[in-house]
Design a protein around this ligand. Structure first.
Ligand SMILES: [Zn+2]
Length: 200
């Protein structure tokens, strides 16, 4: 980057650039916006960033991001603790919660198997899922990975891992467009996919 730009500015532009979906142009725009905005704006952002890691953790049961451990969903006695939806990302939990159609609990993998990006089963929370199922309380595992190559590979791997452990295994009905993310699916489509889930 040009020497005409002071280092603190370059540093922030570079930090923003590392975020998903943020290109160098947006990173610069955000940085210069903060430079012009009142100091409180940057300080509030800095506080929020610091709190993000300091005040959140993984739920020891489902590995969703939470303030309290176990998370409110795992701790909720009204939820069906015997039905577990396995999702790739915390945002998928939000999408399914938005439908209001699911009363079970979750297991967040934090990604999908992707040999191209060097992500294998051990990089995901699959072993933790196996351990959960091994306890014998879970009656149904709904594999709700994204439709598409990586989601399918992950689903197949989980299926193999959990076979013979006594839990019914289902997968969301097709109907979610291939290559789309559950995170962005509309509630009607997602509810239909949940209701129409089939054994695998
Ligand atoms: Zn939890």
């Amino acid at each position: 980057m040009s020497k005409a730009i002071p280092e603190p500015v370059t540093k922030l532009i570079e930090s923003f650039s590392r975020l998903p979906g943020v290109g160098p142009k947006t990173a610069s725009r955000l940085t210069y916006y903060l430079l012009r905005a009142p100091e409180e704006t940057s300080l509030a952002l800095a506080d929020a960033l610091r709190d993000l890691k300091a005040n959140t953790r993984y739920c020891a049961v489902c590995y969703n991001i939470t303030v309290e451990d176990p998370c409110p969903i795992c701790a909720d006695a009204q939820r069906d603790q015997r039905t577990v939806a396995v999702v790739e990302e915390p945002l998928d939990v939000l999408a399914i919660e938005r439908t209001g159609a699911f009363k079970g609990v979750y297991h967040v993998l934090h990604g999908a198997i992707s040999p191209m990006n060097g992500i294998g089963p051990d990089d995901l929370r699959i072993r933790e899922l196996t351990k959960r199922v091994d306890k014998g309380i879970i009656a149904e595992v709904i594999i709700a990975t994204n439709p598409g190559l990586e989601g399918d590979a992950t689903a197949m791997y989980i299926q193999r891992e959990l076979t013979g452990k006594g839990a019914r295994m289902t997968r969301l009905a097709r109907g979610l467009p291939v290559g789309s993310d559950i995170e962005y699916a509309d509630s009607v489509t997602l509810t239909r996919a949940l209701m129409g889930r089939g054994d695998v």
